[in-house]
Design a protein around this ligand. Sequence first.
Ligand code: AG3
Length: 281
Amino acid sequence: MDLWYTEKHSDNVGITLKVTRSLFSGASEYQQLDIVETAEYGRMMLLDGLVMLTERDEFIYHEMIVHPALFTHPAAKKVLVIGGGDGGTIREIVKHPQVEQAVLCEIDGLVVEKSIELLPTVASAIDGSNPRVKLHIDDGLAYIRAHQNEFDVILVDSTDPIGPAVGLFEEDFYRLVFAALKDDGIMVAQSESPFYHSNIQRDMYAALRRVFPIVEMYQAFIPTYPSGLWSFACASKRWHPVTDFDRARAAGRDFTTRYYNEDLHRGAFMLPTFARENIAP
Ligand code: AG3
């Protein structure tokens, strides 16, 4: 018997992957979590039925949510991740030798626990072995309210704006992020698909522009997300992710990446016309 999982991207379109077995299926007080083995994309994590990651293409999302900001900020020492309980974002952050502390604030302890158990290559930096990593199981909004002028970079690694992540797409939250950042801090948040989510993008970028002086969108190709074209919002207090980007430092990095590189950094900020129009002021 063949088993296939479909995440519907609209009423009429979805992505379907052949599943060879289920590794975990259970609900926390926040959401339904499933981890399955697929025939072509390795293990896959779903939250409320939405694809969060697969082992085969997670490197693209995790490299791209981290490295553009960390090679734009001249010396990021303290970095906060909100969401991202699988640990992939933290794994990329700790590749940067100047980072002294990487803090993960994830609302759902079950996601962290099951990622460590079933997705070890993703969760390698949050399994307790890395002294630079601190873990908080807490609501991102509550956590950020209690911190001011503290972080160089804040990365919002959220799910879609439904369920527990709704508050992470609102202006009030961006104001709290702004306050939690130091004077030259940078925020990056995943910002959905320019192809499918133009309304979400319009509202999100408008809210960001009311809070931050510099707001730029950049894109990445992520095969298992809706439409395959995904985006990130870079909102910054001082450093511009293209004009202040330190290309030489990125080119001289002493760690490997499989998607990000110093040329792609600039290219990622060059948008197709329809994507640019989604967020036109
Ligand atoms: N964050 C999930 C992005 C949203 C995907 N949306 C969807 N499949 N409908 C990724 C978590 C990985 N750290």
